[in-house]
Design a binder for this molecule. Structure first.
Ligand code: ADP
Ligand code: 5SP
Length: 500
């Protein structure tokens, strides 16, 4: 039997999948690493943690593997998007990576609009200037840490750094390059215009390849450390949301995905890169050849639930915390939650907004808060879905992936709030599975990714909207939407009271 490996470098952990030629997930390994949060709005990670935990995970996987290393034909990557890894001339790391949910760069986003022009930026990159993207982070380091910036020779995104360490070959690929705000998205090349307007040397941008392009093989050092063979072919891989879309079969018009990891994403396939969403949703290159996708992002989706669990139920599992919500009806007895605990992206790009519970009553217990958190995260994703529907997309089925897809009550809440059928696949590990599919396609096991999806992906369960809950949520969604407008100014004033 032949196998492929998919490495998904998430925010909370690296998840590694071993899949056989039949598409069966044979092994699943997860190794976590910390977030570094020095100040409010700051989110960093140590790239060496990513590498060490990936190597540790691969070693575990190879120790448990009963076949020969040469049976593992291909390996590819999926990774958290937008994170800035800065390398010097010797390809050594210059500072910790500033990652996707860091919101320190509001001023740099304003600078980008002032110097590039909003229309020009959206024409070239198809996206707005958002704090999470890579370019504002580059400008922040240039301005605040000039002595470090002077040493920069190249930047990479997170999974590109791990791939570089394992292979010695340095690249990025189109789906992650799209999230930098430096890529001419329709024409798939780094933008000279944007680099020139912002006085950035285009030479710091890494060479570009496609997600299914072969990069090389593992170095002898890492082969020894992990137990992987020198014959395993390594393919570039993609941004986690692009890979999630591959791993959920979002490979043709009309297919839509909901991914709840640390972030939350509502994503829809686009054949072409020439539509105009005026930067209201993200518009990126897909990992599937010559295609695109649009998406709206909730910054703290699974992260809101993790925060709630860590703060109020740290000794318990997600399963035990969420088992309580079955006895709470839709609407959490009048309790609403807005998941803006690290700011928000879609539809309110706002780094100073913060979360709220509205309507706390003395009868509320922890179970009401837990359900309200799930409902609030889902309402936030529904705002992105609403933008898609207002732009003429007909969405009747949504494939749900990520940690959030583990819980059946939440999948039912998604169906009821989205007013759509929600599908769970046999593995919720969409990005990791997408990475294995890129490796399988790269190895020539299939002529197209769609053929691979037909073989690898199985629907496990479908959730259809319950009419009564759907009506309740329709009303509550209108109230939820008022929260942003009504708490925006309050939160601006509270900024001064937050710890530095
Ligand atoms: N059993 C569960 N039920 C519901 N949600 C869960 C469960 N386990 C984890 N999660 C959620 O999934 C998130 C992690 O999802 P994952 O896709 O692994 O994220 P990432 O790729 O960002 O590391 C957590 O933040 C948590 O909120
Ligand atoms: O910033 C984005 C997308 O624009 C995030 O989706 C990151 O890509 C992180 O993903 P997860 O760790 O939540 O999977």
């Amino acid at each position: 039997m032949k196998y492929v490996i998919g490495i998904d470098l998430g925010t909370s952990a690296v998840k590694i999948l071993l899949v056989n030629q039949e598409g069966d997930v044979v092994q699943e390994i997860s190794k976590s690493y910390p977030l570094i949060q020095e100040k409010t709005g700051y989110n960093e990670q140590n790239p060496e943690d990513w590498v060490n935990q990936t190597v540790a995970g691969l070693s575990d996987l190879m120790r448990n593997f009963s076949g020969q290393p040469k049976d593992i034909e291909g390996l590819s990557f999926s990774g958290q998007m937008h994170g800035l890894v800065l390398l010097d001339l010797n390809n050594e790391i210059i500072r910790p990576a500033i990652i996707w949910n860091d919101t320190r760069t509001t001023v740099e986003c304003e600078d980008i609009y002032a110097k590039v022009g909003r229309d020009q930026l959206v024409n070239i990159t198809k996206n707005s200037a958002l704090e999470g993207f890579t370019l504002p982070k580059i400008l922040w380091v240039k301005k605040h840490e000039p002595e470090l910036f002077a040493r920069v020779n190249k930047f990479l995104m997170p999974k590109d750094y791990v791939r570089y360490k394992l292979t010695g070959k340095l690249h990025t690929e189109y789906s992650d390059a799209a999230g930098t705000l430096l890529l001419d998205v329709p024409n798939k090349k780094w933008s000279k215009e944007i680099c020139n307007s912002l006085d950035i040397d285009i030479g710091i941008c890494p060479p570009l390849v496609a997600s299914h392009d072969e990069i090389g093989t593992i170095t002898k050092t890492y082969a020894k450390q992990t137990g992987l063979g020198l014959s395993t072919r390594i393919f570039a891989g993609g941004a986690d949301n692009a890979c999630g879309a591959v791993g959920a079969g979002v490979l043709e018009d009309g297919k839509t995905l909901c991914s709840i990891g640390s972030s939350g994403v509502l994503l829809s396939y686009e054949k072409n890169g020439d539509k105009d969403f005026q930067g209201k949703v993200h518009y990126f290159n897909h990992s599937a050849p010559d295609s695109f996708y649009t998406m709206g992002v909730t910054l703290a989706a699974g992260y809101s639930l993790s925060w709630f669990k860590e703060t109020f139920a740290s000794e318990e599992s997600f399963e035990s915390l969420l088992s309580e919500i079955k006895s709470v009806s839709a609407g959490s007895n009048g309790l609403l939650f807005a998941p803006y605990i690290v700011g928000e992206r879609t539809p309110h790009a706002d780094s100073s907004i913060r979360g709220s519970f509205i309507g706390i009553d003395s009868s509320h217990r922890r179970k009401h808060f837990a359900r309200a958190v799930l409902e609030g995260i889902t309402f936030s994703l529904n705002e992105s879905l609403q933008i898609f529907r207002e732009n003429g997309k007909e969405i009747e089925t949504i494939i749900s992936i990520g940690g959030g897809a583990k819980n059946e009550e939440w999948l039912q809440i998604q169906a009821d709030i989205f007013n759509s059928k929600v599908v769970r696949l046999s593995s919720e590990q969409g990005p990791g599975l997408g990475a294995t599919m890129l490796a399988a396609y790269g190895c020539g096991w299939f002529d197209t990714l769609s053929e691979c999806a037909d073989k690898f992906l199985t629907v496990e369960k479908e959730f259809t909207p319950h009419k009564e809950n759907m009506e309740t949520y329709k009303e509550l969604f209108k109230l939820y939407q008022e929260i942003y407008r009504k708490t925006k100014d309050l939160n601006k004033k509270l900024v001064n009271f937050r710890d530095e």
